[in-house]
Each structure stands twice: as structure tokens, then as C-alpha cells.
Design a binder for this molecule. Structure first.
Ligand SMILES: Cc1ncc(COP(=O)(O)O)c(C=O)c1O
Length: 326
């Protein structure tokens, strides 16, 4: 298929950088923070790149027949991107999500005509839970194309080929630090590798959930940020194959309440309403921008999606907090 006629694919990427000037001036930050606004992708998140990269590669390899069923395990955004692409290109799609996934994301996937299966959050935390769920996704859908965002090399490759070069071009090579969250690791690995190849001094920083925001079998319902996963201290075999640990120079923690507060502040000070994973990235970028050794440097912060995708979670949380008050 001629890519120039494919509207969805042609619209993916090319997202702008927004300088967070007022935010920086109010806090006397020493470095400038540039936000890469991934909500401006056609289905609303950075995962449109992943979806397009995976579909494009699979089509080029002749692995997708008309009407083919696509399946994956997703925290929502990849499902939305893949569901939109599946609709645009004549495939069917089915996604397995945590039961705690925001209702907006589940509804969006369904609007694009895809099927959703919700899995109890506790099932992911049981020993061998993730392997069992991946096994279930495969066995329940024989003959489907498992897009496998955790291990499909087309995921980091599209970030290497698009996200990295866009940042390089739009900062005129001035980028010093990249800050992102880690889900599958596609963003950090692909973008980080590209930027380090262009400028070996670039530092790649990952934001991780703080100790109070990591779910465990004892506390499965702890409030987490979708798309922000812990990597340090996790057994290597449980990490996604697409995460390249060698690319990361530092990890910074962020508690869920700090991520949500940062996203709220950003909306009020800059008029940009980003999702909680962007709040976590902003929290980490703010810590880095305050450090003396980073004076005059340029920090690029990847803002994966929009806060509109999580409004119902905010409303539910506000109601619960109000109910707790005496
Ligand atoms: C909201 C959000 N932020 C960040 C990420 C992390 O992206 P990646 O999977 O490329 O590591 C994801 C993906 O899971 C996400 O959904």
C-alpha cells in the first residue's frame, strides 16, 4: 500500500516541543524543560507510533491478511492506537487490560470497534502471573497476530526512527537530558539510543514509581500511574525485552500523588492538560532542572498522553477523598 495515501500512518509523529517557560520561571529552574506533546498523535498518545511501527513492519513482512485479528496486552494506549489502525486498515482487534484501566481508555478502544477483556490487577502480581496472562492471550486467540509490544523490535525501532530524530531536529542538537517513563521500554530504548548515537553526552533518565506507589500481592489496589513501571530491583526475566537497561543513566522516583499534582499544576500554569505519566515525567524533570550541574541545559520530557483520558479517575478519587473528610 502506498503510504502517502494512508491517513492514519501519515499523521503519526511530528509532535511539537513546548517550552515550559512560566513553570520554569516560577521555580527558578536552572535548566529549560521542553515537553514533547505526544497527545497530538492521531489517536491521542505516543503509542500511535508503536502501533504504526508494528503494523507497518508486519505488513511489510506479509504477516497480516485482510480481517486478521490483532491481540495484545496493553495498559490502554497501545490498544487505542492499534484499534484505530486496525479500523483504518481492515483488521480486527482484541485487547487484554487491567481491570483498573481508566474507563475512558476502555471506551475508546471499543469505539474503534475492538474487543476488550479486563483482567484482575491481582492476577498480574501472583507469582508467574504475567507469563500466565501472556499464555492466556496466545491460547485464547489461535491464529491471531500477537503484536507483542513488550518484545516486538518494531516498537523501539519506530522511536529510533521518528521520536529521536524529531527531538534532535527540533532542539537543533541542544538536547542534554531525555526524561521518560517506562512501560514496554520502547520509548526510552529507541529514543535514547538514537540521541546517544548523535551526542554521546546525552543523559537518559527514567522515572519510576516511588516506594509508596508500587503494588504488591499484599497491596494490589495501591494507586499507580498507568505507563509508569518499576524496573530497578525487578528480575531481568520479568522486564520487557524491549527495555534496554544499558541506555539508562539514572532513575528518579515519583509517587503517584506527586505525578497527579504535577499534571494539575501543568494544566494551570501552562494550559497543557497531560496525563499522570506525563506528571511523573515532569516531576523528575523538575528535580533535574533544579540541580546546579544542569544550569543552562536542555531537558526534553516525553508527555505520553492527555489528562482527558483519566478524568473519571480524578472524579472518583476526589469523591473518595471528600467522603473521608469528617
Ligand atoms: C500513559 C503512558 N505513559 C508512558 C508509557 C511508557 O511507554 P513505553 O511503553 O514506550 O515504555 C506508556 C506505555 O505503556 C503509557 O501508556
Amino acid at each position: 500500500m502506498d503510504e502517502s495515501h494512508d491517513h492514519f500512518g501519515a499523521l503519526v509523529g511530528g509532535t511539537p516541543l513546548l517550552a515550559l517557560r512560566r513553570f520554569g520561571e516560577r521555580r527558578n529552574l536552572r535548566a529549560r524543560i521542553l515537553a514533547k506533546v505526544e497527545a497530538l498523535n492521531p489517536a491521542g498518545s505516543i503509542k500511535d507510533r508503536t502501533a504504526w511501527g508494528i503494523i507497518r513492519a508486519a505488513e511489510a513482512e506479509g504477516r497480516l491478511a485482510p480481517g486478521q485479528l490483532l491481540v495484545d496486552l496493553t495498559s490502554g494506549n497501545t490498544g487505542i492506537g492499534l484499534a484505530a489502525l486496525a479500523a483504518a486498515r481492515g483488521y480486527r482487534a482484541k485487547f487484554y487490560l487491567r481491570a483498573s484501566t481508566s474507563t475512558e481508555k476502555v471506551a475508546l478502544i471499543q469505539r474503534y470497534g475492538a474487543e476488550t477483556v479486563l483482567i484482575d490487577d491481582a492476577d498480574f502480581l501472583a507469582p508467574g502471573g504475567l507469563d500466565a496472562i501472556i499464555g492466556r492471550v496466545r491460547s485464547e486467540n489461535p491464529g491471531a497476530f500477537y503484536t507483542d509490544q513488550r518484545a516486538n523490535p518494531a516498537n523501539p525501532r519506530i522511536h529510533h526512527d521518528t521520536t529521536g530524530p524529531e527531538i534532535w531536529r527540533d532542539t537543533d542538537g541542544a538536547v542534554d537530558i531525555l526524561v521518560t517513563a517506562i512501560g514496554t521500554g520502547g520509548t526510552i530504548s529507541g529514543t535514547g539510543r538514537y540521541l546517544k548515537a548523535r551526542k554521546p553526552g546525552v543523559k537518559v533518565v527514567a522515572v519510576e514509581p516511588g516506594p509508596g506507589s508500587v503494588p504488591s500481592p499484599e497491596r494490589p489496589q495501591v494507586d499507580t500511574v498507568e505507563g509508569v513501571h518499576r524496573v530497578t530491583g525487578v528480575e531481568a526475566r520479568l522486564l520487557p525485552a524491549n527495555f534496554d537497561a544499558g541506555v539508562v543513566d539514572a532513575f528518579l522516583p515519583c509517587e503517584t500523588h506527586e505525578a497527579r499534582a504535577a499534571a494539575r499544576t501543568l494544566a494551570r500554569e501552562e494550559g497543557l492538560f497531560a496525563g499522570p505519566s506525563s506528571g511523573a515525567v515532569l516531576h523528575a524533570a523538575t528535580v533535574l532542572a533544579g540541580r546546579r550541574e544542569h544550569a543552562g541545559q536542555t531537558i526534553v520530557a516525553i508527555f505520553a498522553d492527555s489528562g482527558e483520558r483519566y478524568l473519571s479517575q480524578d472524579a472518583a478519587r476526589d469523591a473518595a477523598t471528600a467522603a473521608e473528610r469528617p
